[in-house]
Design a protein around this ligand. Structure first.
Ligand SMILES: [Mg+2]
Length: 231
């Protein structure tokens, strides 16, 4: 999709669903995700579980969480609880994404309700929004809870929950995310997806997954939202 494709999409968008880690901020800017992943893996090892090498060597704490869900519910809960604590620590040094605040202000000024749809924990997200005076710009938060760890994106649950939470018409919704799982979750619910390619290797992956359009900067989205009002 071209920039005119972005314009067409935004012109019919009334409800903006935003992934958190990426479009809003970089959660693990101060405490690298690989550090968190290795700490979670140590909990597995201490519990007598020996994960496969790809889990031991992963840079992504969500890989460890997903692996834990294949064991006992108790172990999955322990990993999720530890991950939540790590996220709360990390959020203090999260780096705001350029253009994120402008995007939220553009949504507010043009009457577009915003939902956060994130695999991260609610406590970390609420802490970040409060710290950055953004809470009032968010109409609904659909995030990981300790009872829903098997239904994270690409599962459609969090997106569906946000659509219901906003009482939204799905044809007027768009989800903005920086992962292929965001695109998959959006399309599983039948809503459009904008791929936010915040790293050079993401454009192709997001395109291949079927993103309806790609943006490189959040300011591009902010400007489109501000100047292409819902009619
Ligand atoms: Mg993300």
């Amino acid at each position: 999709m071209t920039s005119s494709g972005l314009d067409e999409l935004i012109a019919r968008t009334h409800y903006v669903l935003l992934d958190f880690d990426g479009p809003i901020c970089s959660v693990f800017a101060g405490i690298p995700a690989p550090t968190v992943a290795s700490r979670l893996t140590k909990i597995l090892l201490d519990a007598g579980v020996t994960p496969p090498v790809e889990i031991i060597e992963t840079d992504d704490p969500f890989d460890v969480l997903r692996y834990a869900t294949t064991h006992t519910p108790e172990l999955a809960t322990d990993i999720e609880t530890a991950f939540r604590a790590e996220e709360l620590t990390a959020i203090a040094s999260a780096a705001p994404t350029p253009g994120a605040t402008e995007t939220l202000h553009a949504c507010h000024d043009t009457g577009r309700p915003v939902a956060i749809v994130s695999n991260n924990s609610e406590a970390a997200i609420r802490t970040y929004l409060a710290t950055h005076a953004l809470t009032d710009h968010i109409a609904y938060i659909s995030t990981r809870t300790h009872t829903d760890i098997a239904r994270l994106k690409p599962h459609p649950h969090l997106v569906t929950q946000a659509i219901h939470g906003l009482d939204a018409d799905p044809t007027r919704c768009v989800l903005v995310g920086d992962s292929t799982t965001d695109v998959q979750a959006a399309h599983a619910t039948g809503i459009a997806a904008i791929g936010y390619a915040n790293a050079a290797n993401k454009t192709q992956r997001l395109t291949d997954t079927g993103a309806d359009t790609i943006i490189i900067h959040m300011t591009t989205l902010a400007n489109a939202l501000r100047f292409l009002h819902f009619v």
